[in-house]
Design a protein around this ligand. Structure first.
Ligand SMILES: [Zn+2]
Length: 246
């Protein structure tokens, strides 16, 4: 068994996780974006980002914001792994519903050791995705590339499969579940109202009920395009990006 790396403070873990998640979405981890995600004042973010840069976890670029170094990315992936394994365990083994696991995982991810998480993952037969469709990083810090296209970005007539949904809002998750908008489900985009209006989709295969999804919700649903036979346009399994050694 490998040596256990030291645990970081809860706030360092939260910052690394937020910066990782902004990078995952393709957004710059600017001071204001981090402040908004963590619900803190931008002033306190600047100080923390300087500390993270001092510890070698991020590089700070003046107008772009923070960017994870290979070391920061490795730490971020450990936390993300803890979070996603916990969510999967809570849902698969302890009977939690998918809209109920995020808050619990937010608390437990700081307390659980990597060893406990590894044992949970083994008990679950090393799941590849959490209940919201997000890829679970491996122990070695490898993770599937995250799909950045959302339902708000696709053209009328496209067929897409739901890859993952944002996990941080129970009410929206319950709503999505009630409409059948779950990871793995096929959608056919029928209409897109102008001026960022709602998207109308047929749910399922063969295409079933017509659902109208508002822009705000559509942006929380990540999708991958599929061919007419329902196969993904990109080959599976998706590319795994390797952490670069530092
Ligand atoms: Zn979560």
């Amino acid at each position: 068994m490998s040596e256990t790396p030291p645990s970081l403070s809860r706030s360092v873990e939260d910052y690394l996780k937020v910066i990782y998640s902004l990078e995952e979405q393709g957004s710059a981890a600017s001071t204001s974006a981090i402040a908004q995600a963590l619900d803190v004042q931008p002033g306190s973010v600047s100080g923390m980002v300087k500390r993270l840069a001092g510890s070698g976890y991020v590089e700070h670029e003046r107008y772009r914001g923070a960017r994870l170094t290979p070391r920061g990315r490795r730490e971020a992936l450990r936390i993300v792994r803890r979070h996603r394994v916990l969510e999967t365990y809570l849902s698969q083994r302890l009977g939690y519903s998918w809209d109920d696991v995020h808050e619990e995982a937010e608390r437990l991810e700081h307390a659980a050791s990597d060893d406990l998480i590894d044992r949970m993952a083994v008990a679950l037969e090393n799941p590849s995705h959490d209940p919201h469709g997000a890829p679970i990083p491996t122990r070695a810090g490898r993770v599937e590339t995250t799909e950045r296209t959302t339902l708000a970005d696709v053209d009328v007539g496209s067929r897409v499969r739901i890859r993952a949904v944002r996990d941080d809002d129970s009410e929206r998750l319950r709503y999505m579940e009630s409409r059948g908008l779950l990871p793995g489900v096929l959608l056919t985009v029928e209409k897109q109202a102008p001026f960022n209006g709602p998207v109308s989709v047929r749910v399922g295969e063969p295409p079933g009920a017509l659902e109208t999804v508002g822009q705000e919700l559509a942006r929380r649903i990540r999708v991958g395009k599929v061919k007419d036979d329902g196969e993904p346009i990109r080959s599976e399994p998706r590319a795994v990006d390797e952490p670069t050694p530092d």
